[in-house]
Ligand binder design. Structure first.
Ligand SMILES: *Cc1c(COP(=O)(O)O)cnc(C)c1O
Length: 405
């Protein structure tokens, strides 16, 4: 009988149902692969937006900085504040656009570094900062060279740079751009963007403006061509051990950082003709042993994988059958003896000789691995393992877990 004072803390039941495992040693291996690849003259910015692509921003940022990354990239002001509140002092660039004076105040307060995409936006900053803050805020000017997302048109980049230069509160730290097709084997569009960026840099140089940093490359461009590296690369996906495209997979030996695991909660025999799960999209053709696994689409397993994915159990593949439900899914384990309630199933990751990657799920569901990784954020506890030299990272992680719980 359980009395209240013997009720286990949430932290002790983290691995009873389903969880994400984060391997910081793999993350640091990837950081070292990338820093070796780009060389000492180029800085690695670890892109940790969206809670480090679902891996946990604080632990990933700490581990990436300890392994040789120098900058951090986030999308929003609160993402930057979260890192500062955790005690991280490295430069943090915000890649999203900012238009409100409240955000400008937070940026100044927390020493974050914003992206500016237009003269109008630069004025919001200089007015919000006021007269008293001459030259204090490093800013990054974004030029649109063909992505047609954020950025001032490349043809008018010089006017934009000159405009910001005249604002005493702002200090131009970089002029950068972003590539739309760096993961495409056909380099045509990327080359055009590269040429436009070169033209912008030449115009800036002709104005006698020196830039501390020039940067253009995401993970794909970092792997594709050293001419795209400039002073800094902004790597996200590769940090997490995935390749932006199959043709780039031979460039570096990256290791996936994230695994997704869950436990079998129930096992049963079903007879031929028995339908499985909502809609009976799977009907048994033979006697089967099936297992219910305690993970579903609310945990980040896309429902579109129903009847298409496989999981790993005791080093063997087991097909998933029937529609994936919100909290549970079913697998065919007829060929795997000695399974029990509580046995661990690997959905993404390594079990024995087999590995299932986020890129495989992305291919099956016609999306990209970035979106698969970002899907694990709601209900799955995160179990982070670090090299013993970094045990302090684990304490920050358990603090994070308590906050989530
Ligand atoms: C997200 C992002 C990156 C990182 O892209 P990856 O393909 O994950 O390496 C780099 N730059 C900008 C502007 C981004 O928004």
């Amino acid at each position: 009988m359980l009395s209240w004072d013997k009720t286990p803390a949430l932290a002790t039941i983290r691995q009873c149902r389903a969880w994400v495992e984060i391997d910081l040693e793999a993350l640091q291996h990837n950081v070292r692969q990338l820093t070796q690849h780009i060389g000492a003259k180029t800085t690695l910015m670890a892109v940790v937006k969206a809670d480090a692509y679902g891996h946990g921003a604080i632990a990933i940022a700490d581990a990436a900085l300890a392994a040789g990354a120098r900058w951090l990239g986030v999308a929003t002001v609160p993402e930057g504040v979260e890192l500062r509140e955790a005690g991280i002092t490295a430069p943090i660039m915000i890649m999203g656009a900012i238009n409100s004076p409240e955000e400008v105040a937070a940026i100044a307060r927390w020493r974050l570094q914003p992206t500016l995409v237009s003269p109008k936006q630069a004025l919001v900053f200089s007015e919000a900062l006021g007269q008293g803050s001459t030259g204090t805020l490093p800013v990054h000017l974004k030029i649109d060279t063909g992505m047609s997302r954020l950025g001032f048109p490349w043809q008018q980049a010089t006017e934009f740079v000159q405009f910001v230069q005249r604002l005493p509160q702002l200090n131009i730290h970089s002029v950068y751009s972003h590539l739309a097709t760096a993961d495409d084997p056909d380099p045509t569009v990327m080359c055009q963007q590269h040429q436009r960026y070169e033209a912008v840099l030449a115009q800036v140089a002709a104005q006698n403006i020196t830039l501390p940093k020039r940067h253009l490359a995401n993970s794909a461009a970092t792997l594709t061509d050293p001419a795209l590296h400039y002073d800094m690369v902004r790597a996200g996906l590769a940090l997490y051990g995935l390749y932006p495209a199959a043709h780039l997979s031979s460039k570096l030996a990256l290791r996936p950082v994230l695994q997704v695991k869950a436990r079998i909660t129930h096992i049963k025999e079903i007879q031929p003709g028995t339908g499985v799960s909502y809609g009976h999209t799977f009907v048994a053709e033979r006697p089967m042993q099936i297992a219910v696994v305690g993970i579903g689409y609310a945990d980040g397993v896309p429902r579109a994988l129903s009847n298409r994915m496989e999981v790993l159990v005791q080093g063997q593949h087991a097909p998933q059958i029937g529609n994936i439900t919100m909290d549970q899914l079913m697998i065919d384990v007829t060929h795997i003896p000695h399974l029990q309630e509580g046995s661990v199933v690997t959905l993404l990751g390594q079990d024995g000789e087999h590995h299932i990657g986020a890129d495989h799920w992305a291919m099956l569901t016609n999306t990209i691995s970035w979106e698969i990784l970002c899907g694990f954020k709601h209900r799955l506890p995160r179990i982070t393992t670090a090299p013993s030299s970094m045990s302090s990272l684990l304490s920050s992680e358990s603090r994070e877990w308590r906050d989530r719980a």
